[in-house]
Ligand binder design. Structure first.
Ligand code: DOR
Length: 431
């Protein structure tokens, strides 16, 4: 991948333009001047502009990920804001929201400012999510108003569930005052117990402690009832079970509820059988589930119960991941492989249209997080991705730009590859 400063004038020539806001798909050009959209349609000239040939390629809004873990501050050996931004560019992402489980956690206005200042010059928009509780300890609500003032876009203790229902209720009440979503990592810690993988026939066969599906669904149900009680915005992260899907679907019947949900590429792609190899890169929280759960997730995307895709990109060192399965940390990286994995499962294998898949990666997460959605408008910053949507490719080490390597997608044939990612005055040529 080559990242360079944009030429003063660029024309993305002859691509198929997909506007997720208007749901239009048509052949055309995009003229970018000084990093901003100048015109969209049939563009003649201008003299001297850089031409990027987009024949046979899709040009659309840059992907937006509402859920990644970059490890700065504290674990820069796993990922920095800069290396995380590179992984994002390689995956076609122009905007990401970073979770606050850093060291120390992002639980104060100063820490929010730190992330924004540190990422100001990076070629990807990075939005910090503030911690729900001070120190992510699950006890005292953090200074939500002050963090919002500094630029936090949501609140979450992700990685750690808010176990105490009263704390969750208060968090929802306070978040309502600032109008931002609460994103709770829904896994009841007592029910999850020491589980390291999905509880079922496979965990029994492998002799690994199981984490039952109800650990997730019980807490999702609690959270949705509390959101209804408090009238707050709730976004359910990394839904992994058919039972949680069922609850979300039911609660979405209450149209006054501001409820949204996300699914990860890995929960759509893998099932617990794959853990038979004891590949620690498949150890993730919530765990990779059964085929029944996976099919329920696909169905939930199809009927709109699930609103968007989020990678939950969670880098860990090789040393940590080379431990035995029970000792290795939870998490896998997912930015670079996201589009190819999701497009393969939802598009090629499940018949969803490319329009729908791209909407799950662009418009929907932007709406949930309150970002600009009219990215083809004249004067808007050019924040685009150019995709070879049908290209089949094998995901390899050379496709990784994260500082970490903990991905279960190595060697997998994926469908669809980002070619160029354009944002913040830069162009990343992915190759
Ligand atoms: O597997 C996970 N790893 N799930 C999370 O929610 C947190 C993440 C991490 O930070 O490593």
């Amino acid at each position: 991948m080559k990242i360079r400063t944009q030429a003063k004038q660029i024309v993305l020539k002859g691509g198929t333009l997909f506007d997720p806001l208007r749901q239009t798909l048509e052949t055309g050009d995009v003229f970018i001047q000084d990093g901003k959209i100048k015109a969209v349609g049939k563009i003649a000239g201008p003299e001297g502009a850089e031409i990027i040939d987009c024949t046979g390629l899709i040009v659309t809004h840059g992907f937006c990920d509402p859920h990644v873990h970059f490890r700065e501050p504290g674990r820069e050996d796993k990922e920095t804001l800069k290396t995380g931004a590179n992984a994002a560019l390689a995956g076609g992402f122009t905007r990401v929201c970073v979770m606050p489980n850093t060291d120390p956690p992002l639980d104060s206005p100063e820490s929010i400012r730190f992330v924004l200042e540190k990422s100001a010059e990076l070629p990807v928009h990075i939005h910090p999510i503030g911690a729900i509780t001070k120190g992510q300890l699950g006890r005292e609500i953090s200074e939500m108003g002050a963090m919002q003032f500094e630029g936090a876009v949501a609140f979450s203790d992700d990685g750690i569930p808010v176990a105490n229902g009263q704390v969750m209720r208060l968090a929802l009440e306070y978040s309502r005052m600032v109008g931002m979503p609460i994103i709770n990592h829904a896994e009841d810690p007592m029910i999850r117990n020491e589980g390291v993988m999905n509880e079922g026939i496979v965990s029994t066969r492998l002799g690994l402690p199981g984490n039952p599906d109800v650990a997730e669904s019980v807490m999702v149900h609690r959270d949705l009832e509390l959101a209804q009680l408090t009238n707050a915005k709730i976004h359910v992260p990394h839904v992994s079970t058919a039972k949680a899907v069922h609850h979300i679907r039911q609660f979405k019947n209450d149209t006054s509820l501001a409820l949204t949900a996300e699914v990860t590429p890995h929960h759509l792609y893998f099932i617990d059988e794959a853990l038979s190899s004891f590949n620690t890169n498949l150890k993730v929280a919530p765990p990779i589930r059964s085929e029944k759960d996976r099919l329920a997730l696909i169905e939930a995307v199809k009927d709109g119960t699930i609103d968007c895709i989020a990678t939950d990109h969670a880098p860990h060192t090789i040393e940590e991941k080379e431990a035995t399965f029970d000792l290795a940390p939870f998490g896998l990286i997912g930015l670079e492989s996201c589009f190819g994995a999701v497009n393969k499962i939802l598009g090629q294998q499940s018949g969803l249209s490319l329009k729908t898949i791209l909407t799950l990666l662009t418009l929907r997460p932007r709406k949930i997080m309150g970002f600009e959605t009219d990215l083809f408008a004249e004067g808007c910053e050019a924040e685009l991705v150019v995709l070879a949507a049908d290209e089949e490719w094998v995901f390899g080490e050379n496709d990784i730009f994260s500082r970490s390597r903990n991905t279960p997608f190595l060697g997998e044939t994926l469908v669809g590859k980002p070619r160029y990612t354009i944002a913040k005055g830069s162009v990343a040529e992915i190759g």
